[in-house]
Design a protein around this ligand. Structure first.
Ligand code: ACO
Length: 428
């Protein structure tokens, strides 16, 4: 603690400790605010509210900086595998070759799903959204591995649970796609890498094995690395809120999947593609859609634009855009939606409404085009985001327990009726 902040209410001064983080972010610690002043703060959407001290991920929205455990996202995206990044996020340090080999082996070991768990897939209708299946099935995993219900934040039990979860989320995601497309489940191949194994479970058939090309594998790896954590976003905060009641890890991440599903969060990656398709097919000029987004009499937003924290640029979006070009080039593909996206970006960057509000493409703006290029179906985009975000959710759940965090329980200012007397039904 270095400085104090003074708050004056009705002429009386109250002092609060201030805290500075390792990147010079400052906060006023108001934990005693209510007990000392009787007041609470009001901050819907928590834009100004810190909910925890964390050493996992650093984001500087003004400068467009994102680092996992101190390592710049640009370096990790260029050089690291998703499993390596998952280890880093979870355990705080880059793995040695031996640690990485053990971690990979543990993930491979837990890849198959319990046969009874597999049977549950056939109970979902074909039209079931994969995000609903993913959330439900993640919760169900704990029914078949009861030991994970009593897992704490460290030790062999935690290590095993981490490997189990990183492995099962991938299989559940692929199986949900297979069921929805009426194809039999394809079991994991322990000899394949994390990304190749996922693509194999998605696309192989009994008589035709899908073999991911290096370009496709690299693109998927990059997608997962870019999504691996992003500090206290909506889904991670949800995982923390649920975990704060000491709910088990599987229930907590299952809730995270639900929070991620919404179009303002992870669901934006699929919503962007739908928006770009609509713009392309409508034949209307881009300005029509810009006008709709600016018109406050409707809820229309340009999907893939804007961010609570990034007010200059989203570094993930820059990497994603560059990779889209590389992948389309290497696969010798052209995507007409890329042209629409580029035109939309160009027009918004020159438009006063977007400039004044610091609205730039976020990670979801180009990610859908990348996933399209490597053959991922639209209804799986947000599921892939969930696979990528799993290390971040687990690490935040763990940190919560390590810090012995209080149960999350915001307050409110009541604006309803004051006390009144009940009127029996016959007199109403
Ligand atoms: N299109 C048009 N206007 C927008 C957009 C948009 N995409 N995003 C924000 N605005 C406007 C708001 O209406 C507001 O206008 P006002 O000041 O006139 O009222 C202003 O910009 C500021 O926006 P906020 O509401 O403060 O933004 P907030 O931080 O609450 O929301 C969010 C951020 C949810 C990302 C928002 O920008 C949005 O809905 N974007 C589209 C959906 C999207 O791409 N989500 C993915 C985000 S990244 C991720 O979750 C992985």
């Amino acid at each position: 603690m270095t400085e104090k902040a003074t708050l004056t209410i009705d002429g009386r001064n109250y002092e609060f400790d201030m805290f500075t983080g390792s990147e010079n972010e400052t906060c006023i610690d108001i934990q005693k605010l209510r007990s000392e002043t009787g007041c609470i703060t009001m901050d819907p959407g928590y834009g100004n509210t810190g909910s925890c001290y964390s050493s996992i991920t650093f984001v500087d929205g003004a400068k467009g900086i994102l680092r996992y455990r101190g390592y710049p996202i640009e370096q990790l995206a260029e050089q690291a595998s998703f499993v390596e990044v998952a280890y880093l996020i979870l355990y705080g340090e880059l793995p040695t070759p031996k640690q990485l080999a053990l971690f990979r082996a543990s993930i491979a070991e837990h890849a198959p799903l319990h046969t009874s768990l597999e049977h549950h897939f056939s109970g979902f209708p074909k039209s079931a959204p994969p995000m609903a299946i993913l959330s439900a099935m993640l919760n169900l995993v704990s029914c078949f591995h009861s030991e994970v219900l009593d897992v704490h934040s460290e030790g062999p039990g935690f290590d095993k649970t981490v490997a189990l979860l990183l492995s099962k989320v991938r299989a559940i995601a692929a199986f949900s796609y297979r069921m929805a497309s009426g194809r039999p489940i394809m079991h994991p191949n322990p000899n394949l890498s994390y990304c190749s194994n996922f693509l194999h479970m998605m696309f192989s058939d009994p008589y035709r094995e899908y073999i991911a090309t290096p370009v496709v594998e690299r693109a998927l790896n990059l997608f997962l690395v870019l999504h691996a954590d992003h500090e206290q976003n909506c889904s991670t905060s949800t995982v923390r809120v649920v975990g704060s009641s000491r709910a088990n890890l599987f229930s907590s991440v299952s809730a995270g999947v639900c929070a991620l599903w919404g179009p303002l969060h992870g669901g934006a990656n699929a919503a962007v593609i739908k928006m770009l398709e609509e713009i392309k097919d409508s034949g209307k000029p881009i300005s029509h859609y810009l006008d709709m987004a600016k018109d406050k009499s409707n809820d229309y937003k340009l999907m893939g634009f804007g961010h609570r924290v990034y007010k200059n640029f989203d570094p993930r979006s820059l990497i994603m855009k560059k990779t889209v070009y590389e992948v389309l080039d290497e696969l010798q593909q052209e995507d007409p939606l890329l042209q629409v996206a580029l035109e939309l970006e160009e027009k918004t960057l020159k438009d006063d409404y977007f400039v004044e509000r610091n609205l730039y493409p976020n990670v979801d703006f180009y990610s859908g085009i990348l996933l399209r290029a490597i053959g991922i179906p639209l209804n799986m985009y947000t599921v892939l985001f969930a696979i990528g975000r799993m290390p971040g959710w687990i690490a935040n759940w763990r940190e919560l327990l390590e810090h012995n965090h209080r149960i999350s329980r915001p307050r409110q200012v009541y604006t309803g009726q004051t006390v009144r007397q009940f009127v029996p039904l016959r007199e109403r």
